[in-house]
Design a protein around this ligand. Structure first.
Ligand code: HEC
Length: 220
């Protein structure tokens, strides 16, 4: 019996210590340019799904069926989400290509997730991914409007797609490293209000690359 307890104790110790040693050793590459392994990918996805299913509010979307709310949701989506997730006819921003895990197009989520689940993800974000929490900075009502819009993504009219493209800050962005800098001035002039969101590192990188008198324009 004594041997059994020794065996169990050692087993538990090894199970606890071994992963710690592996993690502390630096063997696991946490760089975003490394693809996650099958285990990490599936376990993380399972944890996110379960966490969301458990916590998502059961309530119906108070904004569902309100076409004005959907319209406002469209604009918010274009400004706050499209640079990572893109949308029908809208390319994500250049920096979104470096996200790992990537930000998926949301048409599947629109069909698969309940409105409460979409609300929960948008409000709380997803830890250790690029998905930010919008709850700390936005009212529930605005988030419900975005969710009402996301639900409509699979069936957008041509006019709504155009509207989305117009409102998205990435509309003049080209998928080349040179195009990125060259088109900033044009984007900023047309969207003077959109400089408050977005990637700081991108902005900082450009700031150091460019002449100081232009730097303030490129804060996006
Ligand atoms: C800075 C980039 C970024 C922005 C901005 C962003 N997201 Fe995300 N989002 C992500 C990433 C990355 C994931 C994937 C996380 C994962 O795979 O675990 C994600 C996942 C999601 C998912 C789950 C999708 C699925 O199929 O599992 C939803 C829903 C979502 N985001 C909604 C939004 C909404 C709504 C907004 C705007 C209010 C937004 N996101 C803005 C990066 C972003």
């Amino acid at each position: 019996m004594k041997r059994f307890w020794w065996g169990l104790g050692t087993g538990i110790l090894v199970m606890l210590v071994l992963p710690l040693i592996v993690m502390a050793s630096g063997l696991i590459n946490m760089g975003a340019t490394t693809k996650p392994g099958v285990v990490e990918k599936n376990f993380a996805a399972l944890a996110i799904r379960s966490s969301m299913a458990w916590r998502a509010p059961e309530q119906k979307n108070p904004m569902a069926g309100d076409s004005q709310a959907v319209e406002q949701g469209l604009t918010s989506y274009a400004q706050m989400c499209a640079r990572c997730h893109g949308g029908p006819g809208v390319e994500p921003g250049v920096f979104a290509k470096g996200l790992n895990p990537p930000a998926p197009q949301l048409d599947h989520a629109a069909e698969e997730f309940s409105q409460g689940e979409l609300f929960w993800i948008t409000k709380h974000g997803i830890r250790m991914t690029g998905m930010p929490a919008f709850g700390p900075t936005h009212q529930d009502e605005e988030i419900w409007k975005i969710v009402a819009f996301i639900k409509k993504i699979p069936e957008l009219s041509q006019a709504q797609k155009e509207q989305l493209k117009e409102a998205a800050p990435t509309k003049h962005q080209h998928d080349s490293k040179h195009g990125e800098a060259g088109h900033h001035g044009e984007r900023d002039e047309k969207n003077p209000d959109h400089n408050d969101h977005g990637s700081e590192s991108e902005g900082q990188k450009q700031r150091t690359d460019e002449k100081p008198e232009n730097a303030h324009k490129h804060g996006e």
